[in-house]
Design a protein around this ligand. Structure first.
Ligand code: PNS
Length: 164
């Protein structure tokens, strides 16, 4: 059985992430979406909410599950029985960031990283941009799975409002 782990901060999950997961689900027997809870980034949404939103977004994909990951990703892959990491690439700057991680992960345990080119319709979508648009009161519901926009707006409001 082939299992791929699709890791990320998913803060929040976007239609770009979902595109990669969907296409991965057609390539592998099982895809595990691994939501990093020890990200160096300061997340807007706590890990439980990121896991919950991701789980709702992939609910129609029977061979996809979502789990939080703490510690090294390669250890998570070993525990999940996965020998492949799955990542999307939107362009050169993504590759610059991803290549060292892919090489390090392969160095650590031999796990390979498979990159899927982002779909044309979601190429412009990044969690950081989604949060920035929302922070300034812009519309994000067509960039994220259902329910995610409300969660982002609520988290921003709890932090003192959607505008600077
Ligand atoms: O969505 P992101 O923030 O780009 O995802 C980065 C992530 C979570 C994949 C990366 O930070 C990670 O792998 N974290 C787990 C800790 C780890 O294994 N670090 C060594 C990676 S080479």
């Amino acid at each position: 059985m082939s299992t791929a782990v699709c890791p990320g901060s998913f803060d929040p999950i976007t239609l770009g992430h979902l595109d990669v997961v969907r296409r991965g689900a057609a390539l592998f027997d099982e895809v595990v979406v691994a939501v990093a809870s020890n990200s160096a980034k300061q997340p807007l949404l706590d890990v439980d909410e990121r896991v919950e939103l991701a789980a709702r977004a992939v609910a129609d994909l029977p061979n996809v599950r979502v789990a939080p990951v703490t510690g090294l990703l390669v250890d998570f892959c070993r525990d999940a029985g996965a020998d492949v990491l799955l990542k999307g690439l939107r362009g050169g700057s993504d590759l610059d960031a991803e290549l060292p991680m892919a090489l390090m992960n392969r160095h650590l345990t031999g796990v390979e990283t498979v990159f899927l080119p982002a779909g044309r319709t979601v190429l412009h979508i990044a969690s950081s941009l989604v949060k920035d648009v929302a922070r300034h009161g812009g519309e994000i519901d067509d960039l994220v799975p259902p329910g995610v926009g409300d969660a982002v707006r609520a988290a921003l409001a709890a932090r003192g409002g959607t505008r600077p």
